[in-house]
Design a protein. Structure first.
Lengths: 324, 98
């Protein structure tokens, strides 16, 4: 299995539970593991009954396991503040207001959360030296996973911006006659330098996601979840990322054979419908179903987590280095 | 003043005028044209960076916002040009100085 493992899926299907279970399994198998959660609603903090924040902290009672919790809102604010600091250093007071408006607009766009999360993910991957494995529990908006498929698009976009910038600087340099100072100079242009930095960032992201990351989708045995997953898998495949497996969570447990009460009949019926849906997954979906997890009556933590981990048929062994 | 001197000074004046005319009618308009083109290219760059200023969503506006501190002059000039610009023909026709 790759170093970076992502779990995605619709909100409420149990991504956090499954990612934590996998992380626990991986840690128990002796790999130094970090689990990264982005979901403010249900997070590693609830699963391990221990507060986590932006810095990786060891999980109490489990060796080799660390966890961290990313809050997209904080990330967006931090990004905004960083730019504001640059702004006050670079820009005259008269223009600050004008530019500030533009700046706030950019951070209110619907994609800002996803961009912030994406940034943070890539940063974590960049500085993942101390870990053998990093498990990502992606946010329920789903666009995060979509964004992970987009580094090429973003890179191309940045490329076009750089081309436009170069064209205009080049023309300004040509337009400076005699001893006139050109209005813009190509050498040391801070805008081009920043765009170049971004371009390299996306290059790294694209390469790492394609070569060192594995993706899993968590689904529930209902029509909506199935359809959603089918679409998501398609989108991922289109952007060149292969989805390694599907995890079916919240399956209804079947009653004992000798029971025939109202509850038992209800359960039996549900199990039958769910079985039909799972069959559809097995037969029609190209991605293999790697785990089937029964629904639990209480929040999954502690021993229950280990139980879920055992039900996951996802290997934790690390890929041998390619040179070996 | 000898005839030769008069011819000499006439030639000098003529040369100055010719150079002035050449500069005013040929060189300067040409450079002006290049500069206008450069401004247009810069406007296109800024628009591509911040299309949400016009309500067009962009997947990279979160990232291009990082450039804003370094685009003060460009941003100001861009806004000014947007206010001044009347039509495309007007913009392109400026070089003839009617």
């Amino acid at each position: 299995m790759e170093r970076f493992v992502f779990f995605g899926g619709k909100g409420g299907v149990g991504k956090t539970t499954v990612s934590c279970a996998y992380a626990v399994q991986s840690a128990r198998d002796g790999h130094r593991t970090l689990v990264v959660s982005t979901d403010p609603a249900h997070s590693v903090t609830d699963v391990f009954d221990q507060p986590f924040d932006d810095d990786a902290t060891p999980v109490e009672g489990i060796e080799n396991l660390e966890a961290m919790q990313i809050d997209p809102e904080t990330e967006v604010t931090r990004h905004l503040d960083e730019i504001r600091r640059d702004l006050s250093e670079q820009v005259s007071a008269a223009m600050v207001n004008e530019i500030n408006r533009q700046l706030e607009m950019a951070h209110d766009t619907p994609g800002a959360y996803e961009s912030a999360l994406f940034d943070r993910f890539i940063e974590v991957m960049r500085s993942a030296e101390p870990y053998d494995r990093v498990v990502f529990d992606t946010s329920p908006t789903g666009s995060t996973l979509r964004l992970l498929g987009l580094p090429e698009l973003l890179e191309g976009w940045i490329d076009r911006l750089m081309y436009k910038r170069r064209t205009s600087i080049d023309l300004f340099e040509k337009a400076a006659i005699g001893n006139n100072e050109p209005r813009r100079v190509m050498d040391g242009d801070p805008v081009l330098a920043r765009l170049q930095e971004r371009k390299e960032f996306f290059e790294f992201a694209g390469a790492t996601l394609r070569e060192e990351a594995a993706f899993f989708f968590v689904l529930n045995p209902d029509e909506l979840s199935l359809n959603e997953t089918e679409r998501a898998v398609e989108a991922m495949t289109e952007s060149g990322l292969s989805v390694r497996g599907l995890v079916a969570n919240r399956l209804t447990p079947s009653p004992d054979d000798d029971e025939d009460g109202r509850g038992a009949r209800y359960l039996r019926e549900r199990v039958a419908t769910e079985e039909k849906r799972l069959r559809r997954v097995r037969e029609e979906f190209e991605t293999p179903l790697v785990a089937e997890i029964e629904t639990k009556t209480s929040e999954v933590k502690g021993d229950l987590l280990v139980e879920v981990a055992r039900a996951l048929d996802i290997e934790t062994a690390l890929d041998a280095p390619e040179s070996a | 003043m000898t005839l030769a001197d008069r011819i000499e000074s006439f030639r000098r004046t003529l040369e100055e005028w010719l150079r002035g005319l050449y500069h005013g009618m040929v060189t300067h308009p040409a450079y002006e044209k290049i500069e206008k083109e450069a401004e247009d290219a810069e406007d296109a760059f800024i628009l591509a960076c911040f299309p949400d200023a016009f309500g067009i969503p962009s997947p990279v506006s979160y990232y291009t916002a990082e450039l804003l501190p370094y685009l003060e002059n460009e941003f100001e000039a861009w806004e000014r040009r947007l206010w001044d610009r009347e039509s495309y023909i007007e913009r392109k026709g400026q070089q003839y100085h009617f």
